[in-house]
Design a protein around this ligand. Structure first.
Ligand code: NAP
Length: 258
């Protein structure tokens, strides 16, 4: 097999670092992307030593509309063809209705939705030309179920699910596979804010998964050609239930709008 290269966004922490570890263990060279360089440097050193792979680091803020194009140019200038694209960067966001700083809201939507489309815009056509490509877009179970009070994060992930499905169907027979990975609650730095730490402490342990399980299931689903993967047995059971008419009634009755 020819040398493969994976570009992973949000590789400085959480699921992104775990994608880097699992892809590195398969001998795949890496391009790590995030805003914070230091954690990526530490990870890159560990993975080069452990697996003898090449690891490049590109610092980028994906809420900047120019970032995806600049990343494409930077990889092209280094002679790197990207075979695996993991669009993973993401965060908790502002309140799109109540927050007075609309620019911050726009930046958030840029990071969560447009940057993913833009990364695919730049990196998928060369995959089609080479007849091989793997695109994993990290969404969330929040993109599959609407709940009261979430009109920012969940809807942005719903876009990622719909976008990935459409792209996956369109890539049939091209050698390019596209999958939206929908994790439930996962132990990462995502819940580091005071508000989310409090929420985490108030929820039972059994609804939380480790990042290695989520990443392993996502990569396996991508290889199998599935367009959407809900990770974790609990969430695979819960999501269809909550999307059923009974589940929608239940969610509404509990104060959430399906
Ligand atoms: N953890 C969960 O429970 C959970 C559940 C469902 C879905 N997800 C999704 O999983 C993905 C990864 O999140 P995580 O749980 O691993 O959280 P995390 O540990 O907080 O990691 C988030 C990553 O995204 C990067 N990032 C954030 N804003 C960025 C920006 N503007 N430009 C570039 N990179 C940026 C961060 O790097 P820098 O700060 O260095 O830029 C970091 O590497 C996200 O899309 C999240 O929505 C998480």
């Amino acid at each position: 097999m020819a040398d493969r290269t994976a570009l992973i966004t949000g590789a400085s922490a959480g699921l992104g670092s775990e994608f880097a570890r699992q892809l590195a263990a398969r001998g795949i060279n890496l391009v790590l992307v995030a805003r914070r360089e230091k954690p990526m440097r530490t990870l890159a050193e560990q993975l080069r030593d452990a697996h003898g792979i090449d690891v490049d680091i590109l610092q980028a803020d994906l809420s900047d509309p120019a970032a995806p194009g600049a990343l494409f140019d930077a990889t092209s200038n280094r002679g790197l063809g990207i075979d695996y694209l993991v669009n993973n960067a993401g965060s908790e966001g502002p309140d799109l209705i109540r927050d007075e700083d609309w620019q911050a809201c726009r930046d958030y939507l840029e990071l969560m939705t447009i940057s993913v489309a833009a990364m695919c815009h730049y990196f998928v056509p060369p995959m089609q030309q080479r007849g091989f490509g793997r695109v994993l877009n990290v969404a969330s179970v929040a993109g599959l179920i609407s709940v009261s009070g979430d009109y920012s994060y969940g809807p942005s992930k719903a876009y990622i699910v719909a976008f990935s499905r459409g792209l996956s169907l369109s890539m049939r027979d091209s050698g390019v596979r596209v999958c939206a990975l929908c994790p439930g609650f996962t132990h990462t730095d995502f819940h580091a804010s005071a508000k989310l730490t409090k929420m985490k402490q108030a929820t039972p342990d059994f609804i939380w998964y480790d990042a290695d399980v989520v990443v392993r299931e996502g990569l396996a689903a991508l290889e199998k050609g599935r367009d959407v993967c809900t990770s974790g047995r609990l969430y695979r059971f819960l999501v269809p239930l909550l999307r059923s008419p009974f589940g929608q009634w239940l969610v509404s009755a509990l104060g959430a709008k399906p």
